[in-house]
Write a protein that binds this ligand. Structure first.
Ligand code: 6PG
Length: 232
């Protein structure tokens, strides 16, 4: 099935579009929903818009927040995907945060992966012996990486576990990430793409041209895959 391509004008429109998508999922499912969010800069912009314009519009309490990936750093670090989300969003919109399930960046990576895999096995519906997230929000780097699966790490698409460890080859930074198989196992996956520096990579992925086979983002395959792209 071909992915849906949605072009929007700015990060506010993207944040609004996603808020309505979450609201629709909450009403359709009539139960708490399980989503996994990525890190990087784009989510920070979206969190700011959600705080400003959707703080009281969405029942955030009924969403269980997991992470697509995390840098192996303390939550206090500005590098921490969870830490930034907490400071920018959760601390404002949630009075209690028992529906937030961070990857603990300063745990030993393999120990944290074990804990995470046990958590998502116990709390989420399962399919193909993997957790089923209702929605996964991905970003993509200019090298075509997604989650913390970088070029040259395509074996991370074939592991039979939800979370695993990886390394950012550009910096050597240890990471924890959902595997490609776990991402593809979701009910719905959305790429959120901002910035003008990813246009060529996206065209190569859509056209299966150039270096598309070296981009991990090319191998995100899902019946409900949507590319939400900021029109620059
Ligand atoms: C991370 C992310 C990563 C991110 C892309 C895009 O932890 O860095 O999960 O995969 O989504 O690098 O980041 P931007 O949104 O900042 O372009």
């Amino acid at each position: 099935m071909n992915p849906t391509i949605t072009k929007l004008n700015n990060t506010f429109e993207i944040a609004s579009y996603l808020a309505h998508k979450l609201d629709k999922l909450l009403h359709e499912n009539k139960r708490p929903i399980n989503i996994a969010i990525s890190g990087g800069n784009t989510p920070k912009e979206i969190f700011k818009h959600w705080v400003s314009h959707f703080k009281d519009e969405i029942n955030w309490r009924n969403i269980s927040f997991y992470w697509v990936d995390e840098r192996c750093v303390p939550a206090s670090s500005s590098e921490s995907n969870y830490g930034e989300a907490k400071r920018l969003f959760f601390d404002t919109v949630l009075t209690t945060q028992d529906n937030v399930f961070p990857i603990v960046g300063d745990n030993k990576p393999r120990e944290e992966v074990f804990l995470l895999n046990s958590l998502v096995k116990s709390k989420l519906p399962q399919k193909n012996n993997l957790p089923v997230f209702d929605l996964i929000l991905l970003g993509m780097g200019t090298d075509g990486h997604t989650a913390s699966i970088f070029p040259g790490q395509l074996e991370l698409f074939n592991l039979d576990e939800a979370y695993t460890t990886s390394i950012n080859p550009h910096t050597g930074q240890k990471r924890i990430t959902l595997t490609g198989k776990a991402i593809n196992n979701a009910n719905e996956v959305c790429f959120i793409i901002t910035g003008s520096d990813k246009k060529l990579v996206i065209e190569e992925i859509f056209n299966k041209s150039g270096n598309w086979q070296s981009y991990p983002a090319s191998f995100i395959i899902n019946d409900n895959l949507e590319w939400i792209i900021e029109e620059i």
